[in-house]
Design a protein around this ligand. Structure first.
Ligand code: EPU
Length: 765
């Protein structure tokens, strides 16, 4: 391997043109280097495990991108630049080393590129990216044509890195996380804060401070530092050309009269006692006011007029993933933030709390095993102001797992600090669903972490847009919930979440829902009391309508007729009949379902079935239009009404037979007695199979000797062979497997093809 001197490297990268390969080019830091090298005119290729939006953009600028790291793709490269996340045994590194090529670390390359201009390094533990972007923006608006390199995509700047041949300055976010800060020899440095972090790399605070000291020793112009940060003050304060900023009285550039509003701050700026004027910052939080004072100090010292600085600060928009608003309405505010250190989390949560919403619900993805382990106690205390916290598992970055360290570690610490609202969800892809199901109007929902948790908030934001529209449709009186667990709404108590759970209270709202779903191509499914339903563990996509309350729950008797909405229980119809001296409906007493389900599947018991008593059904068709039909106008079968497969019943009229109170009471007793003695009382979905022509399915299961057979917590009832009961905590997958076993046995041993009576819906987990 050849070691270039710094001067050589600057010459190679900023004055000459070469063939360069970047290993790990998709990362946010490496992609910035690639952009700079392309703009400097080099012939650049790069490799990574996966592509990203960044690599797509770079390819348009001329990057030759290779998925996977193969030595041959970098064979013709003269220089190989690699990310600190790349392992020594990476094939491109191995082959470049063997060929004696120039191998350069990311930070060395950045330092060399920066040395081609007058460097300004922004350093500190927290807030670097926002402050670097703010500096580049203010210098750019001030007409200095700065080049820049920051750790995230900055919409306002156009990209995370840019080489501007017209300007003298280069603004870079310095990365202290792996000690590479000491490569920089800038003209100016801006130090925001220093504290214990990255303990995977540094033994202690003293080691961190020594890296900062080295950077400052190598800074030949001014050192700007935050006077309110004790460590920064100690390390920077005594230096010859140091300039302080912050809120303390002694700050050279001081902010006062700070008015923190929802997402903006207004404050006064003084320079050594002289009032410069008022500034407005459109990025939330007191910490950002402090950081902007550093930018004001630097820009003023570079000669940009205060009025110009203030005008550009007013236009500054923060970086992606820095208190980024993903969705905002009167009811909800969704914000994503990169915070992953306890101090950052506390600052972001304080900002969130000051936004004036009711509750702050937080989802958090810890970043790195080493940080989780080292700062576990600090994490435990960082979430005090959050109302609810769902912690997922650790985003490892490039680390191998540490035994006993997981997201649970942090959830436990938070709970140990007395927080009652924390839970752990190890599966990242379920996070949006867990948090989404908690939300109520007035909530601010925050995703926190440096990994990929923001994707979960984006899913939630997209679904919330639809949920809000659904809420408008059902109005104040209706209800809309995201990711409602369907296990709560089925008698078997299994099943994953419904993407959108909607409770309309009127036929008009139901009709509007049908039209909306049709227009938006959203699946629509209606669920009543969920008594004959088996929902798979992955839940249901689309809108699950549960018509209940309002006109749907009404039961009215008129003469011999009982009119009932689909949300009413079948049992209520039986008892309304009893009260009015109308019999023939007593069997309904034992059916746990609602009128809607009874109609849809022509439910029955005691030798009777729903449509024996129906006079008229009112339903909505696929376009939301209402129709009223007599049974003779419909196709009706045993436990299946094809005419209602694609129409949605809203009400029905039943015909009762005038009977004496004694007769009705006797038949009700008989039904209850039959049910009590022949059916289990445990959680079930009623009869699982339709009775085949050969005889009752329950009897067949019994004869096959399958009673009491089980899969997990799903068991065939010993009371009745056609019931599968959930003993507690059973999954849909277990119930389905048990069903398959029974069908198999019936087929093989009896030649009987059992058909399920329960409706099986939803997606696998
Ligand atoms: N039997 C057995 N072993 C068993 C279960 C039943 O030998 O484990 C025998 C019974 O002794 C009886 C015959 O099988 O001689 C039929 O049993 P049952 O009278 O319980 O009626 P079923 O046909 O199994 C039907 C409905 C039930 C309804 C009852 C009561 C179907 C698929 N099932 O059951 O409806 O409650 O009649 O009238 O039509 C439902 O639809 O979800 C449901 C539970």
């Amino acid at each position: 391997m050849t070691l270039a001197s710094e001067v050589d490297l600057r010459q190679l990268l900023t004055r000459e043109r070469h063939r360069i390969h970047l290993v790990g080019v998709a990362g946010s830091g490496m992609s910035g280097i690639a952009a700079l090298l392309l703009e400097l005119g080099h012939d650049v290729s790069g490799s990574d495990k996966v592509g990203s939006l960044e690599t797509d953009r770079l390819q348009r600028l001329g990057l030759r991108f290779h998925v996977q790291h193969r030595a041959e793709d970098a064979d013709d490269a003269e220089i190989v630049i690699f990310s600190s996340a790349i392992k020594k045994e990476n094939p491109i590194l191995v082959s470049a080393r063997e060929a004696g090529k120039q191998l350069v670390r990311r930070a060395e390359a950045l330092a060399a590129i920066m040395s081609g201009k007058r460097g300004i390094v922004i350093a500190g533990m927290h807030g670097k990216t926002t402050t670097s972007a703010m500096t580049a923006h203010v210098l750019r608006e001030g007409g200095l044509h700065p080049s820049h390199y920051v750790g995230a995509e900055i919409p306002l700047l156009g990209s995370n890195a840019h080489w501007d041949p017209r300007g003298e300055y280069f603004v870079a976010e310095g990365d202290e996380s792996d000690g590479t800060l000491c490569f920089f020899k800038p003209e100016h440095a801006l130090v925001l804060n220093i504290e214990e972090e990255h303990l995977d790399f540094y033994p202690d605070l003293a080691a961190i401070e020594s890296v900062f000291s080295q950077l400052l020793d190598q800074t030949f112009g001014s050192v700007f530092y935050c006077v309110d940060d004790p460590h920064a003050r100690r390390i920077c304060g005594a230096r010859a050309r140091s300039i302080s900023f912050g809120f303390a009285q002694e700050a050279d550039y001081r902010g006062t009269d700070i008015d923190l509003q929802d997402f903006a701050s207004v404050f006064c700026v003084f320079r050594r006692g002289e009032k410069l004027g008022e500034a407005v910052l459109n990025v939330p939080g007191r910490h950002n006011v402090s950081n902007s004072l550093g930018v004001i100090a630097l820009a003023t010292e570079l000669g940009i007029p205060f009025a110009k600085i203030v005008a550009s600060l007013r236009r500054f928009e923060h970086a992606r993933r820095r208190f980024e608003i993903k969705y905002q309405s009167d009811r909800f505010l969704l914000v994503d933030d990169y915070a992953h250190h306890p101090t950052e989390i506390r600052a972001t949560l304080a900002t969130a709390k000051s936004a004036g919403r009711n509750r702050v619900l937080t989802m958090f993805q810890p970043h790195r095993y080493s940080r989780t382990k080292a700062l576990r106690h600090e994490f435990g205390r960082a979430f005090d102001v959050a109302d609810r916290i769902v912690v997922t598992d650790i985003y490892p970055a490039s680390e191998a797992p540490l035994p006993g360290i997981s997201g649970q570690t942090i959830a436990d610490e938070i709970a140990a600090c007395g927080h009652g609202g924390v839970s752990y969800q190890p599966r990242l892809e379920r996070l949006h669903s867990d948090v989404g199901n908690m939300i109520a109007s007035g909530d601010l929902i925050l995703s926190l972490g440096a990994g990929n948790i923001h994707e979960q908030l984006s899913i939630l934001a997209a679904d919330l847009v639809i949920a809000e529209r659904l809420k408008e449709i059902v109005g104040e009186e209706g209800d809309v919930r995201l990711y409602e667990p369907l296990a709560k709404h089925t008698t078997l108590r299994v099943g994953g979440p419904a993407q959108f759970w909607v409770e309309p209270r009127s036929e008009a709202a139901f009709a509007d829902l049908i039209r909306y779903c049709r227009r938006e191509n959203l699946p629509l499914f209606v669920i009543g009391r969920g008594s004959n339903l088996l929902v798979r563990d992955g839940g249901m996509r689309g809108v699950v309508v549960h018509p209940c309350g309002g006109e749907f729950d009404k039961v009215d008797v008129s003469g011999n007729e009982i009119a009932a909405g689909v949300g009413a229980k079948l049992k209520q119809v039986a008892y309304a009949g009893k009260a009015a001296g109308l019999g023939g409906l007593e069997w309904m007493e034992g059916i746990p379902g609602a009128v809607g389900g009874g109609l849809r599947m022509n439910a029955g018991a005691m030798g009777a079935q729903t449509f024996d008593s129906v006079v008229r059904v009112r339903f909505l068709d696929g376009e939301g239009n209402a129709h009223t039909k007599k049974p003779s106008e419909l196709e009706i079968n045993y436990r299946h009404v094809p005419s209602l497969d694609h129409n949605y019943a809203v009400a029905a009229v039943f015909n009762g037979t005038p009977s004496t109170p004694e007769d009705i009471a006797r038949r009700l007793d008989e039904s209850q007695e039959k049910r009590r003695t022949t059916q289990p009382s445990a959680k079930s979905a009623g009869c699982i199979f339709k009775n085949p022509k050969s005889g009752p399915a329950g009897k067949l299961v019994d004869e096959l000797g399958l009673k009491n057979s089980r899969v997990g917590n799903a068991r065939v009832s010993e009371v009745h062979g056609n019931f599968i009961i959930n003993e507690g905590g059973a999954t849909a997958a277990e119930v389905l497997e048990l069903i398959e076993r029974i069908k198999d046995a019936a087929r093989k041993q009896r030649g009987v093809e059992l058909e399920t009576e329960v409706q099986i819906v939803g997606e696998e987990a």
